[in-house]
Design a protein around this ligand. Structure first.
Ligand code: MIG
Length: 752
């Protein structure tokens, strides 16, 4: 094998809103997307780069560049890109000239056959965060990763790759921040100084172009805002999907589904969602129902609706080869399935037996797929769970010559699941006529947040998986995702009752709170653990429902800025070394003000690191000074959860499901602090898209300790709040601690 180097630049010209730089064998293009975002694409091809699955924005038409003696400089108000021409290298600096990220001067970009790699300089104090769903520590320095979407059944906490590809990382060094998104769907590689004697970091792929976006904004919030501007943000999730979700592989019949739902209501344990895993289908044929065990889907769903439950059903990509099956026949007739190069249909085996696989890269196929959801939506399904879309088939090794249209599987594998979710999302959105569908997917690529929620796949019922799961959630939050779940209780294996209780106490703070278990595992519903533990789990689920006003507003923030609901402490405390300590790296902020410390089920006390500021324990209002490690009690009844001083947390009374109105009181809890803080409270009807036409209810609540007042700002939007009254509850203040207002819209300044 030969190394092909990039070599020297022969020419630099402007071409279609970009710089075009040619070398003997290759060419590079440079586009400016915003003052803080620059795209580079280095390629041996001279054709226009492929359309991106991830990026939804266009580059700027005008940008500033200058040719100097041996360099070209592209400058924006925030960034300076210094391009060395001999040899061709790309170096990003802040506007005032501090290096952010530079090519390794020796190697830069090069090729080994079709494999393209970029070697970059490693800074002595450099840390790396991100890549989404990846094993390992918060700081990924010294680790290496592969992106190749995989059905990682039975994975451990060190398995790589897992199900998803988010080739976006954040670098930190010298007190500076940057982000880099390598937009390439081939099998890709990232090495954060793992095997280079600490000299370089590098990333690359088995094929395609060295096509990346550099983010030079300072601060993780700004980088995330830019990354999600470029790749899109989530829409408001249906409110019901934020309630408690009960899943299992599988509730085997309509009777069983209804029986479980009924038990929640009988026991007054709040819940909103029941799931049907693969056994609801007829021979695992997608878009069908088992005629014996689910004889009357509409009847079942109507009964669920009467109990205020929503139903989510699973779907897999594999279409069973069966002459009497509509989707099989249509797919074959219209040429919608993956093929071998000679046109023969590719066959792989999975749950339904021998299957063909839809080419979700083809828009017509996605339309067809989307329209088929009528069979599920018609009887009343509102949530669609996309599984096995890495894609998975038994053996897990789909041949490399399988083609999706013009493209071979290895070129686009990492985006297959995302394209399936895309088809599911648009199709069901149309069918539900204005109601928000809930889409959940296992495989994903950058940009999936636009279409779907994700969960982290087949974890195990152990304490280490519980902590690992939270790390995955926190890391997915650095990749544009916000609506994220883990299988609470653990998919494989059986949790001890203590682990089950503990994991459910983390549940309120997992963006998607779903309990799930594999076939053959113990039953996991809250009442399976004895009366005492049932009561604890019930309290935890109730906590979720109390927090829904805060959670919903948190998701609104995700739709606006791309900031995730569950936030690694690295987002707000980037330069605090303690948060990277492996003892504390699982801690996270849930929304703006709540800090959660996951704890193993066997520990009755735990060390927690509280970052700068003052903190209150949520359960007791006990006050702690930050910037220190505190040793706190962590009984199964009381996960260590803290509120930041000045924190504003809107809550409601316990309701049994999100259709319930409750007592009509919006409770605004405020914890005393020394600094001004504000919170954007957001509400809408929770189920439709009318919020996009102004039917929302929004106001800013400000706590100002200097002026000694709390200000409820003017209400924006045309939606009427579902609450009637306002109750302000003070924590950490002297004297009276409740003030009640008859009108929820009251525009008031409350002095204290
Ligand atoms: O081969 O549908 O990750 O959540 O319960 C296993 C059965 C297929 C894998 C999913 C899991 C689901 C299971 N599925």
């Amino acid at each position: 094998m030969q190394i092909e180097i990039l070599g020297n630049a022969d020419s630099v010209t402007e071409h279609d809103n970009s710089l075009l730089i040619k070398t003997a064998q290759a060419q590079a293009r440079v586009w400016v997307f915003s003052p803080t975002i620059i795209r580079i694409c280095v390629t041996k091809n001279s054709k226009e780069p492929d359309e991106s699955f991830a990026v939804i924005e266009k580059s700027l038409e005008d940008f500033t560049w200058e040719k100097l003696y041996d360099t070209v400089e592209v400058t924006t108000s925030a960034l300076k890109l210094v391009i060395d021409l001999h040899p061709l290298r790309f170096n990003f600096l802040t506007a005032d000239g501090q290096p952010l990220s530079e090519d390794d001067n020796r190697f830069g970009v090069n090729w080994q056959a079709e494999r393209v790699i970029n070697y970059r300089k490693l800074y002595p104090d450099e840390k790396f965060l991100g890549l989404g769903e990846k094993a390992g520590d918060l700081n990924r320095r010294g680790c290496n990763y592969v992106n190749w979407n995989t059905d990682a059944a039975m994975h451990t906490i060190t398995t790589d790759p897992l199900y998803k590809t988010f080739p976006f990382f954040i670098g930190l060094h010298s007190g500076l921040t940057y982000g880099l998104f390598f937009d390439n769907t081939h099998k890709s590689y990232f090495d954060f100084g793992a095997t280079t004697d600490e000299q370089m970091s590098w990333f690359g792929a088995d094929g395609g172009d060295m096509n990346y976006y550099f983010f030079g904004a300072q601060g993780l919030r700004n980088i995330l805002e830019d990354y999600t501007w470029l790749t899109g943000r989530m829409e408001m999730p249906p409110l019901w999907s934020l309630g408690y979700q009960q899943c299992r592989w599988s509730y085997m019949s309509a009777d069983e589904v209804l029986d479980i739902a009924r038990k929640f209501r009988e026991r007054n344990i709040p819940a909103d969602v029941m799931y049907c895993d693969i056994d609801y289908m007829d021979e695992y044929k997608i878009f069908t129902w088992n005629k014996e065990t689910f004889t009357n889907p509409k009847g079942m769903i109507d009964q669920l609706k009467d109990m205020n439950f929503r139903l989510v059903t699973i779907i897999d990509p594999g279409i069973k080869i069966d002459e009497n099956y509509k989707e099989y026949k249509e797919g074959v007739e219209r040429g919608y399935f993956a093929t071998y190069p000679d046109g023969e249909l590719y066959t792989g085996s999975v749950w339904p037996g021998r299957c063909h696989f839809p080419d979700f890269f083809n828009e017509e196929v996605r339309e067809w797929w989307g329209a088929a959801f009528e069979a599920l939506a018609d009887p009343g399904v509102e949530g669609f769970w996309n599984d096995m879309n890495e894609p998975a088939a038994w053996g897990q090794n789909m041949p490399w010559l399988v083609k999706f249209g013009e493209r071979f599987m290895p070129e686009v594998r990492n985006a297959y699941g995302m394209q399936m979710a895309r088809g599911t999302y648009y199709g069901t959105k149309r069918i539900l006529k204005g109601k928000r569908p809930f889409i959940l997917t296992r495989a994903a690529y950058a940009g999936t947040q636009r279409y779907s929620a994700v969960w982290t796949g087949d974890n195990a019922a152990t304490d280490e998986h519980m902590l690992f799961g939270q790390r995955l959630v926190n890391s997915l939050g650095l990749a544009g995702m916000s609506m994220i779940g883990v299988d609470i209780g653990g998919f494989m294996g059986n949790p001890t009752p203590e682990l089950m209780v503990r994991w459910n106490s983390l549940g309120p703070y997992v963006p998607m709170f779903r309990n799930h278990a594999a076939l053959g595992m113990s039953m996991r519903e809250p009442w399976q653990w004895g009366e005492a533990y049932e009561q604890i789990i019930k309290k935890d689920i109730e906590q979720r429902y109390k927090l829904l006003p805060y959670i919903y507003s948190g998701f609104y923030e995700s739709t606006q800025t791309g900031l995730p609901l569950a936030r690694t402490l690295a987002i707000d405390y980037t330069t605090d070394e303690n948060i990277y300590d492996t003892r504390f790296q699982n801690q996270f902020l849930f929304g703006d003000s709540i800090l959660v410390a996951p704890v193993v089920s066997t520990a009755e006390t735990v060390e927690v690191y509280l970052p700068a500021g003052d903190w209150y324990r949520l359960s007791s209002d006990e006050k702690f000074k930050g910037n220190q490690i505190v040793n706190v009690a962590s009984p199964l009844t009381d996960l260590p959860v803290f509120v930041k001083a000045g924190g504003i947390v809107p809550m409601q009374n316990v309701i049994q499901n999100t259709n319930e109105i409750g007592d009509g009181i919006l409770q605004v809890h405020i914890w005393n602090g020394n600094e001004v803080n504000s919170f954007v409270y957001y509400e809408d009807d929770g189920t439709t898209y009318s919020y996009q036409d102004g039917a929302y209810y929004k106001r800013t609540i400000t706590f100002d300790p200097q002026k000694k007042e709390i200000v409820f700002g003017a209400v924006e939007g045309s939606h009427q709040s579902k609450y009637l009254k306002l109750r302000v509850i003070w924590h950490g203040f002297e004297g009276a601690n409740v003030v009640e207002m008859e009108n929820v819209n009251a525009q008031i300044n409350i002095g204290f």
